[in-house]
Write a protein that binds this ligand. Structure first.
Ligand SMILES: Cc1ncc(COP(=O)(O)O)c(C=O)c1O
Length: 423
């Protein structure tokens, strides 16, 4: 596989961008490929290689790359200008659609990234309750802001820096941690801190420490414990929103949060974040209330039209049914390949997410840390040679899109078998 141009670009980038990249997980060792363009299920690099893409920009592209309907909608908006700094009709329409799909969301605000959404949701939970502490799950990732950069998953864990330098201890002294899938630990810590605890924030399905599924009734127990102790529950559905179901993990598992954060798919591939929830809480957001939140690019027409068109497309084309079937076919095919190999690995999946674990399927972050991330990286490179692009970390999930074909599935399963045997 020829990667000369990518290698050269990375050498230059290292002098200009910290780690050579604009976001840590992209800094694949020894160097990442540089993308020239992407279409449907394929991504093409600057050296002319083509890969079936399961990274899909870390989740937003559920319709695949450059979906023509979304592209057309963006192009139409471009003709009308792309930033106004005034309200637009589309934010009302999109808000109506989201509040219809998410029972727990009565009001919402559009922001620019998932990080911004969780930051504001946490501030709002603190403002609403008048309490300072928050409780997060070990290994979850809610974006790169101070309060949640403790035992953070994803790129932070990949690069061995789950607790960031530059975050004053004072800023995280109110951030408590609990292992995922441990009802007793959660109950204990919530009860003990109930007078100071504003919220529990969690990814209902963990997607940043590999893929970690909630055990049966875990989320219902989480809801019960938070309700009984009068603590707000924030579901970070930046990955699971519009994916597990149109109404996210909350619809899939039948559990309602007080506040919800959305992103990724919600922007159809353009930057977006959304936080929303019960009216009495959301009305505390400025200017209707005292919890401040603002942004020049918030609710920008391009992100809104790309997201709105994507969600409508998902609804009108039975997208989730199709991507879930495709994912199941890939996962079952890979499970057979794993069984035929002598490698200590396993696979997990749900909806359009899957993860090949080098080790046992994890139940929490401590388990995930036992996975063989070096072996995963070898596997990643072997797959690239076979024209398959998985996200370059054991702690990321693979995503499947509407554009992935049966042929893609067959090629992928076969390539996984070949690569496992080479390890
Ligand atoms: C669950 C979750 N929350 C929040 C974020 C942060 O979103 P963004 O990268 O748009 O800031 C991410 C990003 O991967 C995420 O996976």
């Amino acid at each position: 596989m020829e990667l000369e141009r990518s290698k050269k670009l990375y050498e230059e980038a290292l002098k200009l961008l910290p780690g050579g990249v604009s976001s840590p997980v992209r800094a694949v060792k020894p160097f990442p490929f540089y993308t020239a363009y992407a279409k449907e299920s394929k991504i093409y690099d600057v050296d002319g290689n083509c890969y079936i893409d399961y990274c899909l920009a870390y989740g937003p592209l559920i319709l695949g790359h450059a979906n023509p309907v979304v592209k057309e909608a963006i192009a139409e908006q471009l003709e009308k200008g792309w930033l106004y700094g005034t309200p637009i009709e589309l934010e009302v329409e999109y808000a109506k659609l989201i509040t219809k799909l998410y029972d727990s969301i009565e009001m919402l605000r559009f922001v620019n990234t998932g990080s911004e959404a969780t930051m504001a949701a946490i501030r709002l939970a603190r403002g609403f309750t008048g309490r300072n502490k928050i409780l997060k799950v070990e290994g979850s990732f809610h974006g790169a802001h101070d309060a949640v950069l403790v035992k953070a998953g994803s790129g932070a864990t990949t690069h061995g820096i789950p607790n960031s330098a530059g975050v004053p201890p004072n800023f995280v002294k109110n951030t408590l941690q609990v292992p995922f899938n441990d009802v007793e630990a959660l109950a204990e810590i919530v009860e003990k801190n109930r007078d100071d605890l504003a919220c529990v924030i969690m990814e209902p399905v963990m997607g940043n420490a590999g893929l970690i599924l909630p055990e049966k009734d875990y989320l219902k127990e989480v809801r019960k414990i938070t309700e009984e102790n009068d603590v707000l529950l924030i579901f970070d559905e930046v990955i699971t929103g519009f994916r597990l179901a149109l109404g996210g993990a909350q619809e899939y598992y039948g559990v309602k949060a007080d506040l919800t954060t959305l992103g990724k798919i919600a922007g159809g591939g353009l930057p977006i974040g959304i936080f929303g929830g019960r009216r009495e809480i959301m009305e505390l957001i400025a200017p209707s209330g005292p919890v401040y939140q603002a942004g020049t690019f918030s609710g920008n027409p391009l992100s809104l039209i790309a997201g709105y068109t994507t969600v409508k497309f998902i609804m009108e084309n039975k997208v989730l049914e199709k991507v879930n079937r495709t994912t199941e076919a890939i996962a079952e095919g890979i499970a057979d390949q794993i069984e035929d190999s002598n490698i200590d690995c396993s696979i997990g999946y749900i909806a359009s997410m899957f993860c090949v674990y080098f080790g046992e399927t994890p139940k929490n972050y401590a388990d995930a840390l036992k996975l063989d991330k070096e072996k995963f990286l070898k596997f990643f490179w072997e797959l690239l040679k076979e024209g398959i692009f998985f996200p370059p970390s054991q702690y990321e999930c693979c995503f499947v899109s509407y554009a992935h074909s049966e042929e893609d599935v067959e090629r992928t399963v076969e390539a996984v078998g070949v690569c496992l045997r080479r390890l």
